[in-house]
Design a binder for this molecule. Structure first.
Ligand code: SF4
Length: 360
């Protein structure tokens, strides 16, 4: 049986200053909702995404007005910019000329060979990659006729078809996505793709839904894929503010130990033994640790009955007691603090641990 190409064994591809593939790192992406020709709105949205932890941003490029906005957008942002084009090679050329760090276009949809060559040559000249975006919902007619409906094999066949067009032009600066809104289909397609070629894979479950349902669906699907060692970049697609996509992506990567310098929170589900207002404290601490760039595990527990012992792996934590909080480290209580200041005390301890990590 063919082995899956683990994310760290894929070919490294450069997108601006970032290297995608060839390592264990999974890079977080999102896409703007604003009209790309509206530079001010697009830049403002990108800055919010960047602040939330987005590492690469994609913009839609449906017309020449959007393509012409690329240089100005590029000037005002600092994360790499991916320009999404459907088939119009002129838009691709304009976006590349304007400074796109990567374009998403399927070479098989561009049309005549000269047009494909023009796009490939322009990408070669600027040394930027092309992302082939295979989507179960828009497979080529001949593939659909062959398989009857969208299948993982059909999706891989489509990817290989587009890859071959680029490889025949001696272009290997390629990233591929295999998106589907059906989770099982997406999992199978990514697995088969990781066996069929060694180009980096961009992960996503398309049209996954609203903030709540889409988070569950994307996390279920992408979790399985990430856990198999597949995926070099990732976008959580939600019908919500894209900043939410970043939050979910970051949490998902933390879950699989794929976020190198992120703090994580362990909090108890609460029960009748609860001694503090745990839910609001957990939310406050979760918000606080977003800005901590150190691998610290923080625990917040409702009571001291089983709490500290159960959260032995936590670097620092707090457990509620009557009128006070017990600060503990690796399961051992270190001191008692009055309830009114226990969250502040916990934050100070988190800062100390983070400082120690930054100095290492
Ligand atoms: Fe209940 Fe205490 Fe466990 Fe929280 S830590 S679930 S309050 S026993």
């Amino acid at each position: 049986m063919t082995q899956i190409t683990h994310r760290k064994n894929t070919r490294p591809v450069q997108v601006g200053p970032l290297t995608i593939g060839g390592s264990d790192e999974v890079i977080i992406q999102s896409m703007t909702m604003s009209k790309t020709h509206d530079v001010e709105a697009t830049v403002a949205e990108i800055k919010r995404l960047e602040e939330a932890g987005c590492q690469i941003v994609r913009v839609a490029c449906p017309d020449m007005r959007a393509a012409e906005a690329i240089p100005e957008i590029k000037k005002q942002i600092s994360i790499p910019l991916v320009v999404d084009i459907h088939f119009d090679y002129k838009l691709a050329l304009k976006a590349i000329e304007g400074g796109a760090d990567k374009i998403r276009i399927n070479p098989g949809n561009i049309g005549r060979r000269e047009k494909v060559e023009a796009v490939v040559n322009a990408a070669k000249e600027k040394n930027i990659p092309i992302r082939i975006g295979v989507n179960a919902g828009s497979l080529e007619k001949r593939i659909l006729e062959k398989y009857g409906y969208p299948t993982a094999d059909g999706m891989v066949e489509s990817a290989l078809h587009h890859i071959k067009i680029l490889e025949d032009l001696d272009f290997h600066n390629i990233i591929v996505s295999m998106k589907a809104s059906d989770v099982s289909l997406a999992v199978e397609a990514y697995e088969k793709a990781a066996k069929a070629f060694d180009y980096p894979l961009h992960l996503g479950i398309t049209e996954s839904g609203t903030l709540f349902a889409g988070t569950v669906k994307s996390s279920a699907g992408l979790g399985v894929i990430l856990n198999k060692g597949i995926g070099n970049t990732m976008r959580i697609s939600l019908s919500a503010d894209p900043v939410e996509e970043i939050k979910v992506a970051k949490e998902l990567l933390k879950t699989f130990g794929l976020a190198a310098n992120a703090a994580t929170l362990i909090s108890c589900p609460t029960c009748g033994r609860i001694e503090i207002d745990l839910i609001s404290i957990a939310n406050e601490v979760e918000e606080y640790i977003q800005q901590v760039h150190a691998p610290i595990k923080v625990s917040v527990l409702g009571c001291a009955v089983n709490g500290p012992g159960e959260a032995k792996e936590a670097d620092i934590g707090i457990a509620g007691a009557r009128g006070e909080g017990l600060l503990f480290r690796h399961g051992e209580i270190i001191r008692k603090v009055p309830e009114e200041i226990m969250v502040e005390e916990l934050k100070k301890e988190i800062d100390k641990l983070a400082e120690a990590h930054y100095e290492e």
